[in-house]
Design a binder for this molecule. Structure first.
Ligand code: SF4
Length: 267
C-alpha cells in the first residue's frame, strides 16, 4: 500500500464531529496537521486502534524531512564551499582525492566536490546527501564513544522521539517481522558487522556506518509467547558532535526507507 499524502485520507477515518479535543478547530485541520507531522493520529482520542495501526506508517514523510532536517540543500552546499577540505578530511574520517572529499557511507565511497555536489557509484538520495553535507559542516571530530543510546536519550532527541519511533523503528520492526532474513542481507550489502547480542539482550544486533563517525546499532528481539517482537535503533553517544539531531533523524528514517525499498525488490 502506498504512502498517504492527502489530508482527506486521514479525514475519512475520523469521527468528523469537530469536537476540538485535539486542540484544533476541526477534524479537517487535524488531518492536515497529521500530514505535516505536527500531530500524530493517536492525538485524536476517538481514532480506532485498527485505523491507527493501518495508517500511521503510511503517512507521507516528505514534510518530515523538510521540517526535521531544518536545512536547505542549497544552503548546505554553499557552506561546504567555504570549508578547507585538506584540513578537515582527517577530522571527518575521510580522504582527499583530486580535490574531492571521499567519505564512506555503508561501505560505499561518496565523493563531495568544493561546490558541495555529491556523487557516488550508487544512487544518491536526498536523505543521504543532506546528512552527509551537514556532517562535513558540523562535525567537530574526535572518536566515537562506544556507548550506544536510543534516539530519545540524545541531548535534543526527546521531542522528536515519537516521530522517530513512528517513522523509523516501527516500520523497520514490521519489515523484519515479515522478513527475518533482511538483517542478514543488510549485513552483507552494507558492510555491517554483528554486534554483541548480550549488550541489550537482543536476539539480533547489527552495527552499520552510514557516516564514518556516526555508527548506528539495530537491535531486534524475537516474539516470545505473548510478548510481541521489538526493535530499537541506537546511536553512538557522541553522534551529536557530528550531526544536529534533525540530521540524525533524517539519517535514521532515510535508512529505514531505503531498507523498505530493498525488501520490496526482494519480494
Ligand atoms: S479530537 Fe478527533 S474528532 Fe475531535 S476534532 Fe480532533 S480530530 Fe476531530
Amino acid at each position: 500500500m502506498g504512502k498517504i499524502t492527502s489530508p482527506f485520507e486521514i479525514y475519512k477515518v475520523l469521527p468528523q464531529t469537530n469536537c476540538r479535543e485535539c486542540a484544533l478547530p476541526n477534524c479537517l485541520a487535524f488531518s492536515a496537521a497529521v500530514i505535516k507531522g505536527h500531530k500524530q493520529l493517536s492525538d485524536c482520542p476517538y481514532i480506532k486502534a485498527a485505523d491507527n495501526e493501518n495508517l500511521a506508517s503510511r503517512i507521507g514523510i516528505r514534510q518530515d524531512f523538510n521540517r526535521a532536517r531544518g536545512e536547505d540543500l542549497d544552503i548546505l552546499k554553499k557552506k561546504v564551499g567555504t570549508i578547507d577540505f585538506s584540513s578537515k578530511a582527517d577530522q571527518l574520517g575521510a580522504e582527499l582525492v583530486s580535490g574531492k572529499l571521499v567519505i564512506k557511507s555503508l561501505g560505499k565511497d561518496f565523493f563531495v566536490d568544493s561546490k558541495g555536489n555529491v556523487t557516488s557509484e550508487c544512487h544518491t538520495h536526498v536523505w543521504m546527501t543532506v546528512p552527509l553535507l551537514s556532517y562535513i559542516i558540523h562535525s567537530s571530530g574526535g572518536t566515537t564513544s562506544g556507548r550506544w543510546v536510543p534516539f530519545r536519550e540524545l541531548k535534543d532527541g526527546s521531542p522528536m522521539n515519537p516521530l522517530f519511533v513512528q517513522r523509523g523503528e516501527k516500520p523497520l520492526k514490521k519489515l523484519i517481522d515479515s522478513n527475518s532474513e533482511l538483517l542478514e542481507d543488510l549485513l552483507s550489502m552494507f558492510s555491517g558487522a554483528r554486534a554483541d547480542n548480550n549488550l541489550f539482550s537482543s536476539d539480533i544486533a547489527l552495527s552499520l556506518y552510514p557516516l564514518p563517525k556516526v555508527p548506528i546499532l539495530i537491535c531486534y528481539w524475537n516474539r516470545e509467547g505473548d510478548m510481541d517482537s521489538d526493535l530499537n535503533i541506537f546511536f553512538d553517544a557522541s553522534a551529536e558532535k557530528h550531526l544536529k539531531v534533525e540530521s540524525l533523524f533524517s539519517l535514521g528514517v532515510g535508512l529505514v526507507m531505503m531498507f523498505e525499498k530493498i525488501a520490496q525488490k526482494h519480494r
